[in-house]
Design a protein around this ligand. Structure first.
Ligand code: ZN
Ligand code: ZN
Length: 317
């Protein structure tokens, strides 16, 4: 089958072995798969991953339990053991033996087919398009914030980063907090949020004043945390959404002195994201950038890394 492999460099392969279903795992024929910042970071060395990339996708089950066959599905990316203290303690996304689709120890979805644990599958409601469904994974990650932090409509919330994840976070949080401000570098990306009546400002015109109750750092860059510290009020909360290759040396004294709560935030509940899309409560329509075939993997990655395209999807159908 066709696949996009990363091993030292990105390579399109037409000879990748087909996955085979097991008693616990189904084979999903991929329809669409999105490139996210994590993929761009993996290509720079993040996670030391080797194999087929891709973790944001929608597809149709082609091998596996009869009740799932031919269903259009999305899949959670953390593949768990089910027995460790995290799994039995209700923190399955933190399974100590987990593999992660296209990120850690398991092939991902930039391929004709992907092998996924049956327990990870979610059916996609009919009213949700393929392009929207391919964004359920990052949308669920945005919803995770609502489960970690208590938001209310009076709070001042600042989202740093106008990229794909920042856009999704702003769209989710503005439903609860009208006072969401999206801070970004790119006028054309900020305009996408403006159209949905989300307040925006360019970072070079933004003056951090230590006034925000909650700051969500989704810049994807190490410098974002420092800006978050200058934006959050004393006793406020910073939620960190960025993962990247490399480190940021910084002073943490300000976090101590101002008694800031720092929350790391990763994967979220697919059911929240699917429900919101089925009810048309979150509008993703202007986030879809371009569709490319797997054969154009390098071009697709180059496009996704550029500032002006919001979401690049592989059309695998
Ligand atoms: Zn992702
Ligand atoms: Zn486990």
């Amino acid at each position: 089958m066709r696949a996009v492999e990363f091993a030292d460099r990105l390579t399109f392969r037409h000879d990748w072995p087909d996955p085979k279903a097991t008693s616990q795992e189904a084979v999903v024929r991929v329809i669409r798969a999105g490139i996210c910042r994590t993929d761009l970071e993996i290509v720079k060395g993040y996670m030391n991953f080797r194999g087929v990339l891709g973790h944001e996708f929608v597809g149709r089950v082609c091998q596996g339990p009869a009740r799932w066959l031919d269903q259009r599905v999305v899949a959670e990316i953390n593949c768990i053991c089910g027995h460790c203290d995290m799994c039995t303690g209700g923190l399955r996304n933190h399974c100590r033996k987990r593999t992660v689709l296209g990120i850690a120890g398991r092939d991902g979805a930039f391929a004709d087919k992907v092998l996924v644990p049956v327990r990870n599958l979610h059916p996609v409601p009919d009213g949700v398009s393929d392009d929207e469904a391919a964004m359920v994974e990052p949308l669920a990650a945005a919803f995770q914030l609502v489960h970690q932090i208590r938001f209310d409509k009076m709070q001042r919330v600042v989202v740093l980063g106008d990229g794909r994840l920042g856009q999704l976070v702003a769209r989710v949080l503005v439903r609860i907090c009208p006072n969401v401000l999206l801070v970004g570098r790119h006028a054309e990306k900020l305009a996408l949020a403006d159209r949905l009546h989300i307040q925006t400002v360019r970072v070079d015109e933004f003056t951090p004043r230590q006034e925000a109750d909650v700051v969500v750092e989704a810049t994807g860059a190490p410098a974002g945390l420092e800006l978050a510290c200058r934006t959050v009020r004393p006793r406020g909360t910073i939620a960190l959404k960025s993962t990247y290759a490399g480190r940021q040396p910084m002073s943490i004294s300000g976090i101590v002195v101002d008694e800031i709560t720092v929350v790391g935030s990763r994967c979220g509940p697919f059911s929240d994201a699917l429900d919101a899309l089925a009810r048309h409560e979150v509008d993703l329509s202007n986030l879809i950038g371009r569709h490319l075939p797997l054969e154009k993997a390098q071009e697709a990655f180059d496009l996704a890394a550029r500032g002006d395209v919001v979401k690049v999807l592989f059309d695998v159908s």
